[in-house]
Ligand binder design. Structure first.
Ligand SMILES: C[S@@+](CC[C@H](N)C(=O)[O-])C[C@H]1O[C@@H](n2cnc3c(N)ncnc32)[C@H](O)[C@@H]1O
Length: 265
């Protein structure tokens, strides 16, 4: 008898609300023997969604990495080689600033079968939670997603400032003042509208608005913290009661889940 071959499935967990998992994600979790999950993945619902799995928290917080990336990759490979169906549950989409490519590479090098289940990326879904479309006919026909984890170079700022579309910044709260000042210095209109959406698609969602020149100071004043998505561009003017809308959608989903549980019981 040959031992069962294990596998790794990289699953995009969306921006935090389990209702934003894909059907493929839910199926992969239900079949998992081991789940390695991140800080921004929808961790609260995991025990119910992956009832047969050993759950391993490898979550990172900004500046504090409890399990180094190479150890996460070793864990994925060793559990799969031992025959487990491993799910690597990541926030948003695994290939958007998620180090998914490195994890795929580690699995391939070890001869472990690996597949990807894409997820709803915060780059689009978190602005949407505040009612902001990243593109809009006649207002913005492109959007650029940027990591603000490290300061942007002057040539990056110049390119971004010249594009004319929507700029979406992930991991950008610490460097926001220098990015905003740099964009104005590179020629962007200081009155370009900007928004910061914290903890999108959670009950703690909050949106802070200012113009580009003032967004750094406004963020400090409001005490904005990560995780948050920054949106810069004319589309921000389209935001309409977004936080309330997202809260209403969440409340409606919770009510219908409760009534389904009630009728099942
Ligand atoms: C390491 S990146 C991972 C991005 C992820 N792979 C994706 O596609 O959304 C983490 C950043 O995503 C953004 N983010 C993820 N989930 C978020 C949420 N629910 N609300 C606000 N920002 C979020 C924040 O900018 C955070 O610092």
């Amino acid at each position: 008898m040959t031992a069962r071959t294990g596998s790794v499935t990289l699953v995009g967990g969306g921006p935090g609300d389990p209702d934003l998992l894909t059907v493929a994600a839910v199926r992969a979790l239900a079949a998992a023997d081991v789940v390695l999950f991140d800080r921004l993945a929808p961790a609260a619902a995991l025990a119910a969604m992956a009832p047969n799995a050993r759950l391993i928290d490898v979550g990172k917080t900004p500046g504090h990495h409890p399990i180094p990336q190479h150890e996460i990759e070793q864990l994925l490979v060793s559990h799969a080689l031992a025959g487990s169906r491993v799910v690597r549950l990541k926030g948003g989409d695994p290939f958007v600033f998620g180090r998914g490519g490195e994890e795929v590479e580690a699995c391939r090098q070890a001869g472990v079968p690996v597949r990807i289940v894409p997820g709803v990326s915060s780059a689009i879904a978190v602005p949407a939670a505040a009612g902001i479309p990243v593109t809009h006919r006649s207002i913005s026909r492109m959007f650029t997603v940027v990591s603000g984890h490290a300061p942007l170079s002057s040539s990056e700022l110049a390119h971004l400032a010249g594009l004319g579309g929507t700029i979406v910044i992930l991991m950008g709260i610490l460097n926001l003042p220098s990015i905003a000042t740099g964009l104005v210095g590179a020629g962007m209109d200081p009155q370009t509208p900007a928004a910061i959406v914290e903890q999108g698609w959670t009950p703690r969602q909050r949106t802070t608005f200012a113009d580009l020149a003032g967004i750094g100071a406004q963020a400090a004043l409001a005490g904005v913290v990560s995780p948050a998505v920054v949106v810069i561009g004319e589309v921000v003017r389209l935001a309409r009661g977004g936080d309330d809308d997202a809260a209403a959608i969440l409340a409606e989903a919770a009510a219908s889940a409760a009534s389904a549980t009630g009728s099942a019981g």
